[in-house]
Design a protein around this ligand. Sequence first.
Ligand code: PEP
Ligand code: MG
Length: 292
Amino acid sequence: ARAAALETAHAPVMARDGRTIVVAANVASLAEAHLARERGADAIGLLRTELFFVDKTNLPTEDEQVAQLEGILSAFPDREVTIRTLDVGGDKDIPALGLDSVTHGFLGLRGLRHSLAHPEVLRTQLRAVLRAAASWKGILSIMAPMVTTAQDAMAFRAAVADAARSLEGRPHRRPDHIGIMVEVPACAVAFDSMAAHVDFVSVGTNDLVQYMMAAERTNASVAAWYRPDHPAIWRTLEWLAQSAGGKKVAVCGEMAANADVARRLVALGVTELSMAPSSIPSIKAILRAQLA
Ligand code: PEP
Ligand code: MG
């Protein structure tokens, strides 16, 4: 069954209503990008760019980031790649940034908040993305992590436009889509007022669950409260799907790789599931059997 699932993994999954369900990969290295392609990923739904920053004593230069991004983009030459800007703080430490656990804890200056406080780091990263995609033929999507308010989403969009302007006269490419991750309860609950400011959203349930359940994802002593199956989570996912106004709703948290969860998400109207490459063949096979 495993071999058969691998063989058919490269075909797309169609829902009964004719929509394509994109089964995408979460990728955090070039090796994972290659594995994702091999396992039949339709796209990269989440590129965790922290990989360019960890294990370094200094921040990577723009040119270094361009070179690494080009490698990953070329593994998916004609598909959509969704690049997430730097997501630091909480569970994600970057030694070169000198983060302290109080200022940059789970409720602190992390994700997009850190980027907005360090605009030069964000601008370098955005310029690297736009340059790396200059002659690449896929669909380029950029998204920000840990977005809380509509102002956050607007500031991110402005930063992308600013980076593009700064590259005028040099080879670069504007993104096809600018989106956000939904990970913060305020963003999720007020999503009807956020949707107008974004082209798509990707729900980061790893963080959304910890914030909604008030149970840190890394704290084993509260693991019993970290419940992706809680009605509060499912009501929120349903609300997001309903209030997206036709914009793409993807789910890229670990729970999307669970067969029952994947089925329920598709039934709610989610059209992209992004997961570890190893889960892709079986989830595609399960969805195909269920939707046939
Ligand atoms: C998430 O929070 O669900 C997510 C996909 O991002 P990360 O696990 O990198 O925080
Ligand atoms: Mg997250």
